[in-house]
Design a protein around this ligand. Structure first.
Ligand code: IMP
Length: 181
């Protein structure tokens, strides 16, 4: 089991780059079917989703347009505060558009709920979310992501865009906090 150290914590390889690639293949097939001739707007949630989104968008054949939004919810480095605030938003009109939110991870679901409420104000034709990771046991309600790469236990993970104290985003696999940290 490959172990790495980031700052003061130990992490073990949990999802390999190959597993991510394979799952992305399946997900993009599913999305290509669902969004065929729908010309969706991909709303990419910064910062964590940038690597997932970069790989996903190149596997999509649905003429997507892209927009970015930045939300912050973690005040602490490893725990969701539950408080969500928008840092900067997208400015594309979304009325009548099919919007696909691209997230790195859905944990408590507060960010997802906030985003969906924000988007409803613009009356899009549809809103759905694709999240690379989903922690069902940490999820506190609302609409779960319609498309999920991997369901994982409520442990802290880094890599493939996800960070620990802004470190580890460049890792090609996903690493899970080792027992005892
Ligand atoms: P939620 O609002 O609790 O669902 O949290 C969503 C945000 O928290 C994600 O977009 C991530 O930025 C961050 N987050 C949640 N779990 C993790 C994790 O295990 N590692 C890194 N960031 C995480």
């Amino acid at each position: 089991m490959k172990e790495i150290v980031i700052k003061d914590k130990r992490f073990n390889l949990y999802i390999s780059p190959k597993q991510i690639r394979q799952r992305l293949d399946d997900l993009s097939h599913e999305l290509n079917k669902a969004y065929h001739s729908k010309n969706p707007v991909l709303l990419i949630v910064l910062n964590g989703a940038f690597i997932f989104a970069a790989d996903l968008i190149r596997a999509l054949e649905v003429d997507p347009q892209t927009q970015f939004i930045r939300i912050s919810s973690y005040e602490d480095e490893m725990q969701s505060s539950g408080k969500v605030r928008q840092v900067f938003g997208q400015d594309m009109p979304l009325t009548g558009r099919h919007v696909l939110i691209v997230e790195d991870i859905v944990d408590t679901g507060h960010t997802a709920r906030y985003l969906r409420e924000l988007l409803q104000e613009q009356h899009p034709a549809s809103v759905a979310m694709v999240s690379l990771l989903f922690k069902p046991e940490a999820f506190e309600g609302g609409t779960p992501p319609e498309y999920v790469g991997f369901e994982i236990p409520p442990d802290f993970v880094v890599g493939y865009g996800l960070d620990y104290a802004q470190l580890g985003r460049e890792l090609q696999g996903i690493y899970r906090l080792a027992e005892g940290g």
